[in-house]
Design a protein around this ligand. Structure first.
Ligand SMILES: Nc1ncnc2c1ncn2[C@@H]1O[C@H](COP(=O)(O)OP(=O)(O)OP(=O)(O)O)[C@@H](O)[C@H]1O
Ligand SMILES: [Mg+2]
Length: 236
């Protein structure tokens, strides 16, 4: 049993009168990939946003490295080492790849920090070749790689990733999967992944949580779960 980097306890959040998270609880162990699965609209994105502080928690607690960070704004959480790659990538199309990467550093407290270019380009060689290209001219898969790379420029401890393979061709999804595993195994970066594709998630994931209507309805470690079980959990 490793140590937790993130603990989410009975988290509730809402958009106005409309409650979305009804007491979600989960845990991310250090150096693992933990995946939240669930159908469209069950609250996966809302969960990540509430963890990040982009949507306020109504009640419950978010604990990061043993510290209660529930009420902290997103920029403080970034500085503490939590990085967030939103669904739909959100890179800046009119900036170059390099300029997009530089934006990642704005989350870092140290103003003299530099982009760890060698590390980033070792993981995403295509970004080196395309340094000067406009972000908007990259393919969807390349934009996703850029969004992940940008999140890594500040050397986070915890990476929150929302459906990185949405609308991306399988070969690039596979590359992204390999990178997530390496981040966790080799660099000890913990990953909280939101996914809907079992084929992608299975080999990458250490531990699964399944969500429905704003709560976790089941969970289990990846190697103890058959493909069939996974399918069943998702289709509930
Ligand atoms: N800004 C918002 N204001 C009001 N309701 C919202 C807002 N964002 C999301 N919702 C609603 O909250 C519910 C959960 O949405 P959320 O985006 O968290 O689901 P999701 O599990 O990420 O879905 P998907 O798999 O489609 O990305 C949905 O009913 C959605 O319509
Ligand atoms: Mg979503």
């Amino acid at each position: 049993m490793g140590k937790s980097i993130l603990k989410v306890n009975s988290l509730m959040s809402a958009y106005g009168q409309s409650t979305i998270l009804w007491g979600t609880s989960l845990e991310v162990k250090k150096g693992t990939v933990t995946t939240v699965m669930g159908r469209n609209g069950v609250g996966k994105t809302t969960l990540l946003k509430t963890i990040m502080g982009l949507v306020p928690a109504v009640s419950g607690m978010v604990e990061y490295n043993g510290e209660d960070v529930t009420g902290l704004p997103a920029f403080k959480k970034s500085r503490m080492g939590i990085a967030y790659v939103p669904q739909g990538r959100e890179i800046i199309p009119k900036l170059t790849v390099y300029e997009n990467l530089k934006l990642g550093l704005e989350a870092v407290a140290d103003k003299k920090a530099r982009i760890p270019e060698e590390e980033i380009y070792a993981m995403f060689p295509i970004l080196k070749d395309f340094r000067k290209r406009l972000g908007g001219n990259l393919s969807g898969g390349q934009q996703q790689q850029l969004a992940i790379a940008r999140a890594l420029t500040g050397r986070p401890s915890l990476l929150l990733l929302d459906e990185p393979t949405e609308g991306i061709q399988p070969s690039i999804s596979q590359e992204i999967g390999i990178i997530l595993k390496r981040l966790a195994r080799e660099q000890g970066i913990s990953v909280l992944l939101v996914e809907q594709k079992i084929d992608f998630a299975r080999p990458v994931t250490d531990y699964f949580y399944f969500m429905n209507r704003g709560v976790v309805v089941s969970e289990g470690s990846s190697d103890e779960m058959s493909m069939e079980e996974l399918q069943n959990h998702i289709s509930l």
